[in-house]
Design a protein around this ligand. Structure first.
Ligand code: TEU
Length: 567
């Protein structure tokens, strides 16, 4: 049998650079800051650093709108510092994943500027330009070539007066979609990726990579989607999620960029809406597309009609979902595991309980649950400290383009501002983007200037310095979980079996590798349960790792998590 790839026992850590550590006092985190904080990552024991975008960008979407793929924005530092980071990580035995954002560029990228310049530009076809809908004049309501709703509110089409055509943007109007049907676009992206690998980076996290193939008719026509109730727009996702050529494009990318190259690389495709069946195809090793995908099912379970329409999470739904993904990628492919990232509110506030009584225990319980699944866990900066949502009070507190646009659209639609604000307080991406809490000082050790987004006032109690030497801290628990994956092949590779699928409070499963069996039990509630009534096999278990001090082995306390070795 082939040995398991290195990333099956690895843990990744995501840095969102603008909020990690500022080194020059401008209130925005930078590469210099990351270089200062590498000991934090070594100490945690992570293997991979995924760096959110640091490329030149007008920052309309905090760097997910790139105007030059082969440089560093002066806001974040220099290319020399990036080289230094690669070197410093490698010396510490860590790898660097760059963020690859190639579904779209910035509208200020020279490619788009050239494309926009005229209808006959050599790069016109690098983007999706279309005339107004038949019978409509350009710019009129309803004249958009399709009815698709953008991820960031409003239509996905922006009218360009000068050339009398629309361009497509699935995200903000400052993020025009690249046309992957055009082979020159693909070649340019492959060349850019090779350039980064030549510099020493170890792979890519690929932003919305399952959106690069659009379902386009032979005559260039794009199809309307089903209407979205309460709006004049439609859901275009059938035309751009895992489109007809997606597997071809990713296989080609692998061939052109990675095939024959020496080294230990990692590719992870971010794929909203991906199904288990599709993920099997994307991650089957013999198909050589990507190593793993970020799927979105579990972070959609508390959504109603949209992410702003929040529903309570039902534990049996979470179990059914995770259970299906574990089973679906058991014989081929691989899972990535996450609760938090820069697009999600903080998990301890969303799925745990961030009240003073339960915050530490629920943060460590959720961590245990996730890290004991089969797959590669991703820790998002601050998650290892139990960082929580921010107490936003007014609409002026938000910076994220998604939140700001949503508020504007909701006001035009006549929604109640207080309700809209309440939903944003819980779901806005800015919750994840407040500065990392390093210490108890006024700006939490993040900056000597004014932070671009305020530091959470709870940093006085919740910070890295306070936790570093405390064996009972969230940080110490993460350290233990990461070490456990490194030490125990059963954690990395064992088969997964869900237990108690209907139980509302207790999430339990086994992991089995040959004669090794682990029983993982997590009480995801503030109620106490009798463990041996629920799982008599726990009687034979020896505690390998837990998040609460040893007490009555039969009592599963609020938010208690245990990993037991069954002999
Ligand atoms: O996000 C993709 C995505 O579809 C969602 O996560 C979306 O951004 C939003 O959270 C839905 O509510 C990726 C990046 O991670 C995100 O930061 C970018 O804004 C987006 O792509 C566009 O590049």
């Amino acid at each position: 049998m082939e040995p398991a790839p290195w990333w099956t026992s690895a843990v990744a850590y995501q840095v969102y650079p603008r909020s990690f550590q500022d080194s020059d006092g401008d209130g925005i985190g930078d590469l210099g800051g990351i270089l200062q904080r590498l000991d934090h990552l070594s100490d945690l024991g992570v293997d991979v650093l995924w760096l959110s975008p640091v490329y030149p960008s007008p920052q309309a979407d905090n760097g997910y709108d790139i105007s030059d793929y082969q440089g560093i924005d002066p806001l974040f530092g220099t290319l020399e510092q990036l080289d230094e980071l690669i070197e410093a990580l490698h010396v510490r035995g860590m790898k660097l994943l760059m963020d690859l954002v190639v579904n779209h560029t910035s509208d200020e990228h020279p490619w788009f500027e050239e494309s926009r310049a005229s209808r006959t530009s050599a790069k016109r076809d690098w983007y999706w330009w279309r005339p107004p809908r038949g019978g409509f004049a350009g710019g009129d309501p309803g004249a958009e070539p399709t009815n698709w709703q953008s991820f960031f509110s409003g239509p996905t089409w922006e009218y360009d007066e000068a050339s009398g055509e629309y361009y497509l943007h699935l995200f903000d109007r400052k993020q025009p979609d690249l046309n992957w049907e055009n082979p020159e676009v693909r070649q340019a992206v492959h060349a850019m990726m090779r350039w980064w690998l030549d510099r020493g980076v170890d792979g890519f996290r690929m932003d919305v990579i399952n959106m690069i193939s659009k379902d386009v008719a032979d005559d260039g026509h794009l199809h309307d989607g089903p209407p979205i109730p309460g709006t004049s727009l439609g859901d275009g996702s059938a035309s751009y999620l895992c489109g007809p050529r997606i597997h071809e494009f990713l296989a080609e990318m692998h061939r052109e960029v990675f095939a024959g190259r020496d080294g230990a690389f990692l590719t992870v495709g971010e794929m909203p809406g991906v199904t288990v069946e599709e993920a099997r195809l994307f991650t089957a090793p013999d198909r050589a597309e990507v190593d793993m995908v970020f799927q979105f099912e579990h972070v959609g379970l508390d959504h109603g009609s949209s992410k702003w329409d929040l529903r309570p999470l039902r534990m049996r739904d979470l179990k059914a979902s995770f259970g299906r993904w574990q089973a679906g990628l058991a014989d081929v492919g691989w899972n990535s595991l996450y609760w938090d990232n820069h697009d999600q509110p903080r998990a301890v506030s969303r799925f745990g309980d961030d009240s003073p009584e339960h915050r530490r225990d629920s943060a460590t319980c959720l961590a245990t649950l996730l890290h004991l699944h089969r797959g590669t866990p991703y820790v998002y900066q601050g998650q290892e400290l139990g960082m929580a949502n921010f107490p936003f009070t007014s609409v002026d507190d938000f910076r994220d383009v998604e939140s700001v646009n949503h508020f504007g659209t909701a006001m035009v639609a006549g929604e109640d501002p207080a309700r809209v604000l309440a939903a944003m307080r819980r779901m806005s991406r800015d919750n994840a983007r407040t500065p990392v809490q390093w210490d108890a000082s006024p700006n939490a050790g993040f900056t000597t200037g004014t932070p671009w987004l305020p530091v959470n006032p709870d940093h006085v109690r919740w910070n890295a310095e306070a936790q570093r030497d405390d064996p009972g801290s969230v940080l110490a628990h993460y350290r233990r979980l990461i070490a456990l994956r490194h030490q125990e092949p059963v954690v990395a590779l064992g088969d997964f079996a869900m237990l108690l699928p209907e139980h509302d409070d207790v999430y339990a499963f086994t992991r089995t590798l040959e004669s090794e069996v682990l029983l993982v039990v997590c009480n995801v509630s503030a109620r106490t349960h009798r463990l041996l009534d629920l799982l008599p096999q726990a009687r034979a278990g020896r505690l390998l790792l837990g998040n609460l001090p040893d007490e009555d082995p039969d009592l599963l306390r609020p938010w208690e998590a245990r990993v037991l070795r069954i002999d």
